[in-house]
Write a protein that binds this ligand. Structure first.
Ligand code: FCB
Length: 442
């Protein structure tokens, strides 16, 4: 059997990603909490509840799990609604708790990446119209200043806003995230304000901490025309890909938000990106369909040959991650995979999904493309937004009732890769023998 090793550069960041609302529990001041109270909003009427009980202190045991698994980094988010429960009130105790968590990472030798906005808004902001409100960016800047001042001793890698593209699509076009709108004009207002908020946060971070690195994390969806010979499929693929993948990073590159409804100049956004966070999960085939005006005439589906996750939410398409990096090069900043993973309760597909995606990173690095780290989504099963508890993305399984954790084989697989800073043929032979030939052709 072939012996080989795909090695990663020294200093590569290896970890898992989490988000406050999904893991902390009892975030009663968030708009998501209010949204959950209507049982029609979340699959099976589920609630986040205690989530992974990190606010109750279980982050300690979960950080131990990560550290013992050779992860050298962790991406977590700060819950705005805890730090600023009312526009004129800061909760210093909450800031202390985050300080303690970050010290916990430091003690375990793990580099933190801190996200300032991961889908969750304070209820008071939502009641003022959320990110549709022209003042939202200024509010976000104030919150950012407070957090960066308080935590700068522990953090120098910041993610301003997580997936502004998915947040806008889900909340303002598909209506499945709060505030549940289907309103293109509102969506564009939100896109403009999120860009302003990102720029303001970026500038604030650098004013307080000049050596910091800050960037946004984008949900990159790989898309290819269903019929390669069809000009209409190409056209609709390009239109959708622009709207979903390009709009935000282009706005930051050019200082202009370009939308179907017009352009808005935001000069302070220009160049406000030290790295691009890439959240990559899957790839779509796109076909022109006149009967889908709500989807901008683009019907999307998975390649019928692709393996699907347990609820058919994702297709295993590792080459799409390579596309993401190739596309990301145009922004001339380092890239970090800020999320990648698969919902897979039985850990049937996750081992090969993980290895195949990491292999694409290795390929990109061998072209000298600047990919600097990888955060797996996620450490422990957690609350999956409008899909509730139906999707299990964790390296560890969680029983939300008893809070018991159980390690999935992928956790050990990932630990070995993190420890070795490499994918070895031994690891592939042990965990995913079915793809050995493909990974190490004789
Ligand atoms: C991403 C989100 C993250 C999680 C994963 C599965 O879009 O950023 O919070 O829900 O999907």
């Amino acid at each position: 059997m072939a012996q080989a090793t795909f090695s990663f550069p020294r200093g590569f960041l290896w970890g898992a990603a989490t988000a406050s609302y999904q893991v902390e529990g009892n975030n009663v001041n968030s708009q998501w909490y209010a949204w959950e109270q209507d049982s029609r909003h979340i699959l099976n009427g589920a609630k986040a509840g205690l989530a992974c009980d990190w606010w109750g202190g279980r982050w300690r045991e979960d950080f131990d799990r990560a550290a013992e698994s050779s992860q050298n980094a962790h991406r977590l988010s700060i819950e705005w609604s805890r730090i600023q429960p009312a526009p004129d009130r800061w909760d210093e105790d909450a800031l202390d708790r985050y300080r303690e968590m970050l010290r916990g990472l430091q003690k375990r030798g793990m580099t933190p990446m801190v996200t300032l906005h991961h889908f969750s808004n304070p209820l008071w902001l939502e009641e003022k119209g959320g990110w549709e409100n022209a003042e939202s960016a200024a509010h976000f800047e104030k919150f950012t200043r407070k957090v960066v001042e308080a935590l700068k001793e522990y953090v120098s890698l910041w993610c301003t806003i997580n997936e502004p593209n998915l947040y806008t699509t889900m909340g303002y076009m598909l209506g499945v995230f709060p505030p549940g709108k289907r309103d293109l004009r509102a969506a564009y207002r939100v896109m403009v304000n999120l860009t302003r908020g990102h720029a303001a946060a970026y500038r604030a971070i650098h004013a307080i901490q000049p050596q910091a690195r800050a960037g946004m994390a984008l949900n990159y969806r790989s898309m290819i025309p269903m019929l390669n010979w069809s000009p209409l499929d190409h056209w609709v693929r390009n239109a959708l890909a622009y709207q979903y993948n390009d709009l935000f990073p282009q706005a930051v590159k050019q200082g202009v938000v370009r939308t179907l409804l017009g352009n808005v100049k935001i000069p302070e956004a220009k160049g406000a990106q030290d790295f691009l966070g890439v959240n990559y999960y899957t790839r779509d085939l796109v076909r022109f369909n006149l009967f889908r005006p709500g989807e901008l005439f683009g019907e999307r589906r998975y390649d019928p040959k692709a393996e699907l996750s347990s609820t058919k939410f994702l297709a295993n398409q590792p080459e799409g991650m390579f596309d993401a990096f190739k596309w990301g090069l145009q922004f001339n900043v380092p890239m970090i995979v800020t999320e990648n993973g698969m919902e897979d309760p039985d850990d049937r597909l996750r081992p090969r999904y993980t290895i195949q995606h990491l292999h694409q990173i290795w390929r990109a690095i061998n072209f000298n493309w600047p990919v600097k780290g990888y955060f797996h989504w996620t450490l422990v099963d957690n609350f999956e937004w409008e899909r509730g508890w139906t999707q299990r993305f964790g390296l560890w399984e969680l029983d939300p009732e008893t809070q018991a954790r159980r390690k999935r084989p992928s956790a050990d697989l990932f630990a070995t890769i993190c420890r070795d800073n490499a994918i070895s043929s031994e690891v592939v032979a042990k965990y995913t023998p079915e793809i050995f030939e493909q990974m190490f052709p004789n």
